[in-house]
Every structure is written in structure tokens, then in C-alpha cells.
Design a protein around this ligand. Structure first.
Ligand SMILES: NC(=O)C1=CN([C@@H]2O[C@H](COP(=O)(O)OP(=O)(O)OC[C@H]3O[C@@H](n4cnc5c(N)ncnc54)[C@H](OP(=O)(O)O)[C@@H]3O)[C@@H](O)[C@H]2O)C=CC1
Ligand SMILES: O=C(O)C1=N[C@H](C(=O)O)C[C@H](O)C1
Length: 256
């Protein structure tokens, strides 16, 4: 049995994660955390045995794994807290900087505690990133478009940034054509010369396109998450296997 603490349980992903945990016989939800939580477990529709926390520093649950779907502003301190208290972190929340990520990895090594940071738990997105990295070796001219629901707090998405980083690792040294902007920002964000465009619209959930252009041809790789259920198989795999790791790693592909 894997005992789970879920941070961000009141949110869209948190609610999907509760269902996934309840539907998985070998998982046991022992505690939940959200800053505004002010009701009992039963009032949230949870078993009486689930401890409800609204203050990070009060958390003392007997859990194995810490699942985090919170907000970019809290993910660093949540993950640090989890590692320091011996909970294996499974982090879906976006927004960690490279320096924060490096610091957390170093801390996990010091504690010899396995954990996972996954910019995207969806298989279609994991494959998109893998295929984009392969294609970039042959098509150095590339732009990324990510499209998300209107409530998304951060831009670019963690997945788009991760895609750009993976492309940047293999892309041959290259000057991509660019236009002078007559309207600031119209060419999107710039990660090491890779343009990233973020779209926010009602009706969307999470989608990404990577566009490659070459002489007389183009390649477009696209993935769509039409429902947040698409992320849950990946979260499940992570929770089941995270204990096998001896440090914090980045990317679900490390556990597939
Ligand atoms: N890796 C992946 O595959 C995926 C990652 N995500 C990421 O997961 C995160 C959550 O997304 P989503 O569920 O849509 O967001 P929501 O806004 O729906 O939920 C946010 C949750 O975070 C909690 N929260 C707010 N402030 C804090 C704080 N200071 N400390 C701790 N918790 C806090 C909220 O609690 P309260 O109700 O008390 O305010 C709520 O439970 C985002 O970063 C998103 O990008 C999303 C989908 C897939
Ligand atoms: O906020 C979301 O919804 C999502 N966030 C993650 C990201 O920023 O990449 C993963 C997925 O795109 C959904």
C-alpha cells in the first residue's frame, strides 16, 4: 500500500488525483493540503481517516509520497518541505526555476530520496517532446505554440519550456530568421532563439504544437489533452515507482 499526501487537493488537478487514488486499490490517501481548506474530510467527501491540512508547517502525516498540484509560487517550498520530511515528491506543479530545480535535486541526493518532477504526465506530451527532440536534429528552424485553459496561472507552460530545452540540447548552432516587431511581443517569448507562443482560451485544456520548417517542407507535431484524466495514468506510474529512484529526476520518461 502506498500512503499518499496530496497538496492542492481543492484544485482541478487535485480533484482528478483524488478520484485516481480512490480508484487504485494499492493507493491510500492519508492526507490532503490546501491553504484555504477549512472543512473536515467528510465535508470534502473524503474518508474520515484523511487528515486535512491548511498550513504547510503543521503537516506531520505518515505518508510515503507527496503529490503536488499547487501553484508556481508554492512549488519550491512544498517540494523542499517534502524532501526534508522524507516524503517522495511527485511534482506536477510548474514554475520551478533551473536554480531551484538544481537545489532540490542536490537536497534529494543528500537525503537519498527518490522523487519526480514531471512537466507533463500525459503520454502524448511526453512523446511529443521526444519526437520534437529527434526532429530538431534535422530541422533546426522551429517554433512552439502552447494552448491552455484561461485559468492557467503561468506562461509559457512547463511543457513548452521543457520542449524548448530538449530541442536546444540537440539543435545545431543556428540563426533563425526573425522579423522586427512593430507590436511588442508579437513574435512570442524567446528561449535561446526558440520562439514560444502561449494561447489562453476558454474551452481549451492543454495542447501543444511544435512547428518545424525546412526548404519547401514543414513538419508539425501536435498533442492534445482534452481531459485532465489524460494526466492520471502518468501520475499513477510515478507514485508506484518513485521509491525505486534514489534522487529527484525530471521527466516522466525516466519512469516509463
Ligand atoms: N505536470 C502535469 O502533467 C500537469 C501539471 N499541471 C500543473 O499543476 C498545477 C495546478 O494546476 P490546477 O489544478 O489546474 O490549478 P488550480 O488553480 O485548479 O489548483 C491550485 C491548487 O493549489 C492550491 N494553492 C493555492 N495557493 C497555494 C499555496 N500558496 N500553497 C499551496 N497550495 C496552494 C489551491 O488551493 P486553494 O483552493 O486553497 O486556493 C488549489 O488546491 C499548475 O502548476 C499546472 O500547471 C496541471 C496539469 C497537468
Ligand atoms: O496548467 C495546466 O493545465 C497544465 N500545466 C502543465 C504545463 O504547464 O505544461 C501541463 C499541462 O500542459 C497542463
Amino acid at each position: 500500500m502506498v500512503k499518499i499526501l496530496l497538496a492542492g487537493f481543492t484544485g482541478s488537478m487535485g480533484q482528478k488525483a483524488i478520484k485516481m487514488i480512490e480508484d487504485t486499490p494499492e493507493f491510500d490517501l492519508v492526507a490532503v493540503y490546501a491553504p484555504t481548506a477549512d472543512q473536515s474530510a467528510a465535508e470534502y467527501g473524503l474518508a474520515d481517516s484523511v487528515a486535512v491540512f491548511n498550513d504547510l508547517n503543521q503537516i506531520d502525516a505518515d505518508a510515503d509520497v507527496w503529490i503536488d498540484f499547487t501553484i508556481p509560487d508554492s512549488v519550491y517550498k512544498d517540494t523542499k518541505f517534502a524532501i526534508e520530511h522524507g516524503y517522495h515528491p511527485v511534482i506536477g506543479t510548474t514554475g520551478l526555476t533551473d536554480d531551484q530545480e538544481a537545489e532540490l535535486i542536490a537536497l534529494s541526493k543528500q537525503k537519498q530520496l527518490g522523487g519526480l518532477i514531471a512537466p507533463n504526465f500525459g503520454l502524448s506530451a511526453v512523446l511529443l517532446m521526444k519526437f520534437a527532440k529527434e526532429a530538431a536534429q534535422y530541422f533546426p528552424d522551429v517554433e512552439v505554440i502552447e494552448m491552455h485553459h484561461e485559468d492557467k496561472k503561468d506562461a509559457p507552460s512547463g511543457t513548452a519550456l521543457s520542449t524548448a530545452k530538449m530541442i536546444d540540447e540537440v539543435r545545431p548552432n543556428h540563426e533563425q530568421g526573425d522579423s522586427k516587431e512593430s507590436m511588442p511581443g508579437v513574435r512570442g517569448g524567446d528561449y535561446h532563439g526558440i520562439r514560444i507562443h502561449a494561447v489562453r482560451l476558454p474551452g481549451y485544456i492543454a495542447h501543444e504544437q511544435v512547428l518545424f520548417g525546412g526548404a519547401g517542407e514543414a513538419l508539425t507535431i501536435r498533442q492534445d489533452s482534452f481531459d485532465r484524466a489524460s494526466f492520471m495514468q502518468g501520475v499513477k506510474v510515478a507514485v508506484k515507482n518513485v521509491k525505486k529512484l534514489s534522487e529527484l529526476v525530471v521527466g516522466l520518461e525516466n519512469l516509463l
